[in-house]
Design a protein around this ligand. Structure first.
Ligand code: GL4
Length: 823
């Protein structure tokens, strides 16, 4: 299979073999010995040792991919929120037991090394984590593929709380070394920016060329993406920006050394930091630089490095599909046109025909403000030739439209890729829709709303382009690794095939009625809670009572997700007890766990964080509540914490306003780990409820068409305030300063916003939510029935495996096929 003379064999898969390899890495790699090694030394040596076990598979995968020249998927994403790598690599290589024993024989605790790993937070939330789940599934399913993205030097900020307010700290994740990456500076690619364009005649044809103003280098860093025990290791290639040598030298020769160093810094800024906005692009120039930087590198890389030298690019669509993860990489479309037309001299139509087959676009939002738009001024300054190309694409498109709708100029203008108001700008979602072979939403409801609302004109014009692929999550990380107790229980019941074939979980259904199984299931949940109790005590100094219902809302802080609604529930319970309306003994003991980062510039979101912490402080310290109600808000929610929180949860909060959450993926993780959902009819909640059944899901709230109606008729939130006593009390309590040391000004903006605008209808859904929570309490009181529902949630959630998502992409969009490794 591999070339035995030039390949170092995989180290022996035994305790001794591992120990030898580990010590070799510690000595030769870290330059230390066991007695003097720091925890970080041991972690780094450990990580490199594990890499060795995957190396032959990786090289074999690359070799075979090169030989077969099968059609590949290139997943272009500005974010890959990977989470920690060590455990996943151990699982893929089936090394966990060997390693645990080997380290123990050296007096090293594997758990301690695990904690030394800093997770690469190269994403904001759901969109970036989705990309990470997808590449895991592609590797596990043997699909030839590569992930392309940006190696941000600083990932998503580290959140701290100061007096309950969010303060951001830089995430210097590379500081202690990054053992999972393989830099290849020798394969750096040049990326140009700025300058101007020139037009000239050649053989009677007008041609264009771009005369750039400046350029940077893109250095690839490769990461292994190991499939689960299948002998395959795919590649994730992240680009890092460097100054070009030419750039440096020119200035240096002119005698200004300091300026030359500044140029270095300027170039490296491009991959310096992840923009911390989720769903609210800021339109910053550096962001556009990042986007073009990574797609230009990636296209060049695929065409010049991955494809054979003599490859006929007319056949490009047979070899590649570039999947555009939201609009962030859409500038790749004019870039491919430029490569074909300007650099290779193709004519326009020929290039356009190929380009249209090479891209497909996934839309991840319904919020109009999240649809990226770049001002023509900015785009023209940074990428003048691309702007011309976009104009030309639009011209052709407008001509087609005028032919199809000769009497509907209004529609034609509505559909223009170039917006005219409030400033002239390129609508990236429209460009992607016009150029892409397919456009998909990320849950059934979302895809329907894309067709009916956001991209309606386009779905009428291109009816066959639109499709749905419901999101998924990898069962390897989010069940097998995050929930070892549940995994063992499942495996003992139905065998271990479920890890790669999650539909097999259906076989658990009959066990929901088996008292012994339910007992075991509860024991797992309890053990997970105890584990979480330790984590929160250690990590955050937070005390959680494992005998309370764990009610969890973890996701980015965003008004449409409605953390405020959850908070109004907490405040209402507090108010009921304090006012004597309800006896504390009659309240179900609950721990309300929150986890959420707010975009640093998003004022209302940061206020909400302050309010959650303020309510938490008051509730947690009030003796009248006897510790029966607790708010736990650990700072810096991330993938690592999610892996501990989700398996311990009883109740999953998925309470966005209907029609706003494109899909959600946290919702799937909770259901698969046996939490029941309280949720609106939104995103993938709809499909979760359909699958797990109405009896095992707490549905509440307005439906999307009702929301639309209310908004259309003129929503008046104050009416709800006036009519609903308990809502009034809750809001008045916040306004009174109850949670802010008597200061009425602190949370005034939240209250007045809810009363006057309430864009996401929190007040309209308040009573329905409170009623649904009462149903939750009632259901929770019947422990056996609750466990039965929880088991059914697990058994019926197999659909939400990202393996299934990948199959759907393959069938509906990519038309590629798996290529199993050579045996
Ligand atoms: C998001 C959506 O908000 C979220 O519903 C979805 O699950 C996710 C992955 O498709 O994409 N869109 C943006 S922007 N951030 C997200 O998390």
């Amino acid at each position: 299979m591999t070339d035995n003379k030039t390949l170092i064999a995989t180290p022996e898969h035994t305790v001794d073999g591992f120990v030898r390899e580990f010590l070799r890495e510690l000595n030769f790699g870290q330059g230390t010995d066991l007695a003097r090694a720091s925890v970080n030394d041991k972690y780094l040596a450990m990580a490199r040792t594990v890499r060795h076990y995957l190396m032959v598979r990786w090289l074999a995968t690359l070799k075979r991919q090169g030989e077969l020249q099968a059609k590949s998927v290139a997943y272009l994403s500005a974010e890959f929120l990977l989470g920690r790598q060590l455990d996943n690599a151990l699982l893929a290589a089936d090394l966990d037991e060997v390693v645990e024993e080997g380290l123990a024989s050296l007096g090293i605790d594997l758990a301690e090394l695990r904690e030394a790993e800093v997770e690469p937070g190269l994403g904001n939330g759901g969109l970036g984590r989705l990309a990470a789940c997808f590449i895991d599934s592609l590797a596990t399913m043997n699909v030839p593929s590569i992930g392309y993205g940006i190696r941000y030097e600083y990932g998503i900020f580290r959140q701290t709380f100061v007096d309950g307010w969010q303060v951001e700290k830089p995430d210097n994740w590379l500081a202690l070394g990054s053992p999972w990456e393989f830099p290849h500076p020798e394969s750096a690619v040049t990326v140009d920016f700025g300058g101007h364009t020139e037009h000239y005649e050649q053989d009677g044809v007008t041609r264009s060329r771009w005369v750039p103003g400046w350029s940077v280098l893109g250095v690839p860093y490769n990461y292994m993406v190991p499939g689960y025990e299948n002998g395959r290791v795919n590649t994730l290639r992240l680009w890092s920006a460097r100054a070009t040598r030419a750039f440096d030298l020119e200035i240096f020769n002119a005698g200004d050394y300091a300026q030359a160093v500044r140029a270095q810094t300027f170039a490296e800024n491009i991959s310096k930091v992840l923009y911390p906005e989720d769903s609210t692009p800021q339109g910053k120039e550096l962001r556009l630089q990042q986007q073009y930087f990574f797609v230009a590198c990636s296209l060049r890389d695929f065409i010049e490095q991955v494809l054979p030298e003599d490859f006929d690019l007319h056949k490009l669509p047979d070899r590649i599909i570039f999947q555009l993860n939201d609009t962030h990489p859409v500038i790749a479309i004019p870039e491919l046109m430029r490569l074909l037309v300007d650099e290779r001299g193709w004519d326009w139509d020929e290039a356009w025909a190929v380009t249209q087959k090479c891209f497909a676009y996934t839309c991840h939002t319904l919020l109009p403000e999240a649809l990226e738009v770049w001002s023509v001024e900015l785009l023209g300054k940074l990428l003048p030739r691309h702007l011309e190309i976009i104009y030309r694409i639009n011209e052709g498109f407008m001509a087609e439209l005028r032919e199809a709708y000769p009497d509907d100029e209004l529609r034609v203008r509505r559909m223009s890729i170039i917006a005219e108001y409030p400033e002239r700008a390129v609508r990236m979602a429209y460009l992607a829709t016009v150029a892409g072979s397919k456009v998909n939403g990320v849950a059934a409801l979302h895809s329907q709303l894309l067709k009916d609302k956001v991209l309606r004109d386009f779905s009428e014009f291109f009816p066959d382009k639109f499709t749905n692929v419901t999101n998924g999550i990898t069962p390897r990380r989010f069940v097998r690794l995050a929930n070892p107790g549940l995994s063992e229980l499942i495996t003992s019941a139905i065998g271990d095939g479920w890890v790669t074939d999650l539909d097999r979980l259906k076989e658990l259904e009959p066990l929901a009625d088996d008292a012994g199984f339910r007992e075991a299931f509860r024991a797992v949940k309890r053990a997970n809670k105890l584990r979480l109790v330790d984590v929160l005590a250690e990590r955050d100094g937070i005390r959680v009572d494992p005998d309370t219902m764990l009610d969890v809302m973890v996701k980015r802080l965003h008004e449409y997700k409605r953390q405020t609604l959850k908070l109004l529930h907490v405040v209402t319970l507090y108010d009921q007890v304090k006012s004597g309306a309800v006896r504390i003994e009659d309240i179900t003991p609950r721990t309300f766990a929150f986890g959420a980062k707010a975009a640093p510039g998003y004022r209302m979101a940061k206020q909400t964080i302050g309010l959650i912490n303020a309510v938490g402080r008051t509730v947690n310290n009030d003796p009248a509540l006897q510790g029966r109600l607790t708010v736990a808000f650990p700072a810096n929610y991330n993938v690592t914490l999610a892996e501990k929180l989700i398996p311990a949860a009883d109740l999953s909060e998925q309470i966005s306003l209907a029609g706003k959450e494109a899909s959600g993926t946290g919702n799937m993780k909770f259901a698969l780990n046996g939490a029941l959902t309280i949720g609106t009819d939104d995103g993938a909640n709809v499909e979760i409820r359909e699958l797990v059944g109405d009896d095992n899901f707490f549905l509440f709230g307005l439906l999307e068409p009702e929301v639309a109606q209310i908004v259309e008729a003129g929503y008046r939130p104050s009416a709800y305030y006036e009519e609903n006593r308990s809502l009034r009390h809750a809001l008045d309590l916040i306004a009174s300063g109850e949670f802010s040391g008597g200061d009425r000004a602190t949370f005034e903006p939240i209250v007045s916003n809810l009363l006057s605008e309430d864009r996401f209808l929190v007040l309209a859904d308040y009573q329905a939510y409170i009623d649904a929570q009462a149903r939750v309490d009632e259901a929770y009181a019947d422990t056996d029935a609750w466990t039965r529902s929880a088991v059914l949630n697990v058994a019926r959630s197999g659909f939400f495996s990202s393996d299934r998502s990948m199959r759907d992409y393959i069938d509906r969009i990519w038309h590629t096929y798996p290529v199993p490794p050579e045996r």
